[in-house]
Design a protein around this ligand. Structure first.
Ligand code: HAM
Length: 399
């Protein structure tokens, strides 16, 4: 398990979020209804095929997790019986995109979805959790947030964008021409003329009082928790279900694909998909990208063992196996080296794998109940009773 996955699981645990698993294959219709008919994902990126069942159902490899979680949530009846649920998931997602650094056709996400919490404190809690994860992983990152309004105030923003798009028709790209009527929010994503988008209307100028208050509270809570963020009024996200808070976390060293975490609120989605009117919010971590960011930041995981066991001779090998077990029982990372090599080779192997200690055991050591503990970092060696080896190794951690 990668360091990213290990830390993500640990943090979800601390935030009392439960795991959910769902299929890799879903009905294609699920994504058309939730991710959105006019999104890039549904229009061109899904791997779809027709199942050989009677109804010749169109199915798709999941391009994201949110729709499946919402489907499962409704099918389990949580929307009516027990709406407040905190769920996380992980696994491969599939999108037919042009592969490049940080963008793959099969990639891995860790996601969180929280239902039944329309309050701003929930948005803040999620963002604080992401901030904690990035600190924990020592990934230099920046957080951008925005509010894109709700069903009440979004129509006015939409109309303003359509008008702006028509007024700038000649300067817009072909993709944007088709977006004007179908999905005008995506005009702000135009990569061809990012400068032009600066003159476009901003969602924040169209928020209704409730949405504005919600966003103000999110910002206030983040500030109180010392989380650094910037408001990016151009961020709209490429998926249809978002309402109110939207956010992206960017990391350095990734080139064009710098967004490592993304998400937002989707208060209308459960209802759109046939459930009760229950609020939702969530995000997904791009595990591959975060791993690349770790590499770029030089914080690659430490796989080095605490100790390498060097056994000299047949009797020592039997004995060393028991010693290795004892050390592992004390939570130490231990590698048994091949007993068929010479001492010199074994010590150089121990250094190569980055072991802090070599625990050397020969017939003489067995007879006297000791081991030779060689500190490979400080190039020192001492003899200690076998029973004290675990403590001595653990004490030297971080020294
Ligand atoms: P998304 O922005 O489509 O959101 O993806 C989330 C993250 O997955 C991205 O920020 C990126 O790190 C990673 N990602 C996406 N596509 C690729 C790719 N082709 N290769 C590598 N990494 C990729 C969602 O998927 C939403 N379901 C997030 C969400 C959950 N919103 C609410 N709840």
């Amino acid at each position: 398990m990668s360091l990213v996955e290990e830390r993500a699981r640990a943090i979800f645990e601390r935030y009392a979020i439960r795991e959910i698993r769902f299929p890799v294959l879903e009905r294609m219709q699920l994504y058309a209804r939730s991710t959105g008919e006019t999104t890039d994902i549904v229009e061109k990126q899904m791997y779809t095929f027709t199942d050989r069942d009677e109804g010749e159902t169109a199915v798709a490899l999941r391009p994201e997790g949110t729709p499946s979680v919402v489907r499962a949530y409704i099918e389990a009846g949580f929307d009516r019986s027990d709406p407040e649920q905190r769920l996380w998931y992980s696994g491969p997602m599939f999108r037919r995109e042009r592969p490049q650094k940080g963008r793959y056709r099969q990639f891995y996400q860790f996601g969180v979805e929280i239902f039944g919490r329309p309050d701003a404190a929930c948005d803040a809690e999620l963002l604080i959790m992401i901030d904690e994860l990035c600190h924990d992983l020592k990934v230099p990152s920046s957080m951008e947030i925005n509010s894109i309004g709700d069903a009440k105030c979004r129509p006015a923003f939409r109309t303003a964008l359509v008008e702006w798009g028509r007024a700038h028709w000649d300067q817009l790209c072909g993709d944007c021409h088709s977006r004007i009527e179908r999905n005008p929010l995506r005009l702000l994503d135009c990569k061809i003329d990012a400068k032009l988008a600066e003159s476009a209307p901003k969602s924040l100028d169209y928020l209704c009082d409730e949405c504005r208050m919600h966003f103000d509270q999110v910002k206030e809570l983040l500030t109180a928790a010392n989380v650094k963020f910037v408001v990016n009024p151009r961020m709209v996200r490429g998926l249809d279900y978002y309402t109110r808070t939207a956010f992206e976390i960017m990391a350095g060293g990734l080139g064009a694909q710098s967004t490592v975490v993304a998400g937002g609120r989707y208060d209308g989605l459960v209802e759109t998909m046939g459930g009760a009117a229950v609020a939702g919010i969530g995000f997904a971590i791009g595990v591959d990208r975060l791993a690349l960011a770790l590499e770029a930041a030089g914080t690659t995981p430490d796989h080095a063992p605490d100790a390498a066991i060097v056994a000299l001779g047949a009797a020592a090998t039997r004995h060393a196996t028991a010693v290795a077990r004892e050390l592992r029982a004390s939570n130490l990372k231990v590698e048994m080296l091949s007993p068929e090599r010479k001492m010199k080779e074994l010590l150089s192997r121990a250094s190569k794998i980055g072991a802090r200690f070599a625990v050397i055991i020969g017939d003489d050591e067995i007879a006297r109940g000791v081991v030779q503990l060689r500190d490979l970092k400080q190039s020192t060696q001492r003899e200690i009773p076998i029973g004290e080896a675990a403590r001595a190794i653990a004490d030297a951690r971080g020294v």
